[in-house]
Design a binder for this molecule. Structure first.
Ligand SMILES: Cc1cc2nc3c(=O)[nH]c(=O)nc-3n(C[C@H](O)[C@H](O)[C@H](O)COP(=O)(O)OP(=O)(O)OC[C@H]3O[C@@H](n4cnc5c(N)ncnc54)[C@H](O)[C@@H]3O)c2cc1C
Length: 392
């Protein structure tokens, strides 16, 4: 990382700046679009011959994230929710948080079209075999080499092999997420539930379908939880089943993820919200900050270094909170304690857990929260939690 400091010089105007994006999942595509919008010339390489598949994601993001993604997200919205209900047995906590459900396949196709319109060269059905960051070069499996890139943005997803070939050995914590989607046009609000066998489960009604899903450490328990919610909903239409590994952090350390002419983004670097595994928000923020730094005149490596450092700090802190909530088993007792002490709708930040915790303290008052925390956690563990809640 020390080497990158030397690169903190403004780009010379008029000099063509080139980026290769490896992988056209969400992270690759959003980075491509934001780079193109900042005047960078982008080549996208994707091993599959279409984008958006295999389908795996629920597509839930805050309205703020959808706006930050831009037009592609706006045209992919399937449903908008004003509230999110957290339900544990008979206890319900209403959260005021504007969220949307996006059609992920449509989103990735719209981002690809946007990238093409902005001038990207798109190579679908081309698998990248290796990258040489020092030379700004990539080699395709068919033997072709392309060089002269000012940055290679590696967005190969969790299962990609290129970073392993570069001896970047980093393993995040993961869980299994499964969605069942049935053709039952549904109304109602977004609900997150406590369900046996899962860390949490969800019910997502849209005018076109009903999605019941769950996430947890064991695939069997998660599948049973999803099936049980779908059954309770009364919907018996035929179901599509999809899902995959969900990443809960920690994010890859900055000195591994970003170096001269090279940045790893997306699931490949563990850039997800650690509580839910949501990858759309952090990658949109990363791409947005990097393109802003570019417009300020920094070169590509430095722009990504600055963006990654900012995001890394936030996600590290969220990782600790998420671990305590999920693996520490605090999530549902805390929801029950809050539901019993507050009957209104809490205003919470959907994207950043530490902001959500701080607004819980503000809304309920410190006394109520610390009493609830003591009840749920026991005094010593509650004390250990205070820094997460109070530190800026
Ligand atoms: C069940 C489930 C539910 C989820 N729900 C949400 C949600 O509601 N909200 C949210 O924000 N996030 C959600 N996520 C997370 C989100 O889907 C991911 O964080 C996001 O898709 C990661 O995008 P990515 O581009 O990093 O990786 P990927 O989508 O895996 O894309 C990587 C791409 O790189 C390509 N590739 C790999 N290697 C090469 C190579 N050598 N050459 C060329 N191409 C290559 C792959 O083919 C692939 O297209 C969910 C995930 C799961 C599993």
């Amino acid at each position: 990382m020390g080497g990158l400091k030397a690169l903190a010089v403004p780009r010379s105007l008029g000099c063509p700046v080139r980026a290769a994006v490896v992988g056209a999942g969400f992270a690759g595509l959003i980075n491509a679009v934001k780079l193109l919008s900042s005047g960078v010339s982008v080549d996208i390489y994707e091993e599959h011959d279409k984008v958006g598949y295999p389908k795996h994601c629920t597509g839930l993001v805050s309205l703020r994230t959808a706006r930050l993604i831009g037009r592609a997200a706006e045209t992919s919205i399937e449903a908008v929710y004003d509230y999110l209900v957290l339900r544990s047995g008979g206890d319900e906590l209403r959260i005021r948080a504007r969220t949307v459900k996006l059609d992920r396949v449509r989103l990735e196709n719209a981002l690809l079209r946007e990238a093409e319109k902005l001038g990207a060269s798109v190579r679908l059905g081309e698998r990248v075999a290796s990258v040489s960051p020092g030379r700004g070069e990539i080699e395709l499996e068919n033997g072709e080499r392309h060089s002269g890139y000012d940055i290679i943005v590696l967005a190969e997803g969790l299962h990609g092999m290129i970073r392993r070939r570069l001896s970047i050995l980093w393993t995040p914590r993961t869980s299994m997420g499964i969605n069942l989607e049935a053709r039952c046009p549904s109304r109602g609000t977004l609900t997150v539930l406590e369900k046996e066998g899962a860390w949490f489960a969800w019910l997502v009604p849209t005018p076109r379908s009903l999605v019941a899903g769950a996430l947890g450490p064991r695939p069997g328990g998660v599948m049973r939880a999803s099936q049980s919610i779908m059954k309770e909903s009364g919907c018996d239409a035929s179901r599509e089943v999809y899902g995959g590994r969900v990443i809960h952090g920690p994010p890859m350390p900055p000195d591994q993820a970003v170096r001269a002419r090279f940045a790893i983004v997306g699931d490949a670097a563990g850039l997800t919200k650690p509580l839910t595994g949501g990858g759309l928000y952090p990658n949109t923020v990363l791409a947005e900050i990097a393109s802003r730094e570019l417009r300020h005149g920094y070169d590509l490596s430095r722009a990504y270094s600055l963006a990654y450092e900012t995001l890394y700090k936030r996600l590290r802190r969220q990782f600790r909170i998420a671990r305590a909530l999920l693996e520490g088993g605090i999530l549902w007792p805390a929801v029950r304690a809050l539901a019993r002490s507050y009957s209104g709708a809490l205003e919470l930040d959907y994207d950043e857990h530490e902001k959500a915790l701080r607004s819980i303290v503000r809304t309920l008052g410190f006394k109520t929260v610390s009493a609830a925390a003591r009840l749920v956690l026991g005094a010593p563990r509650a004390l250990a939690w205070l820094p997460y809640v109070l530190l800026p």
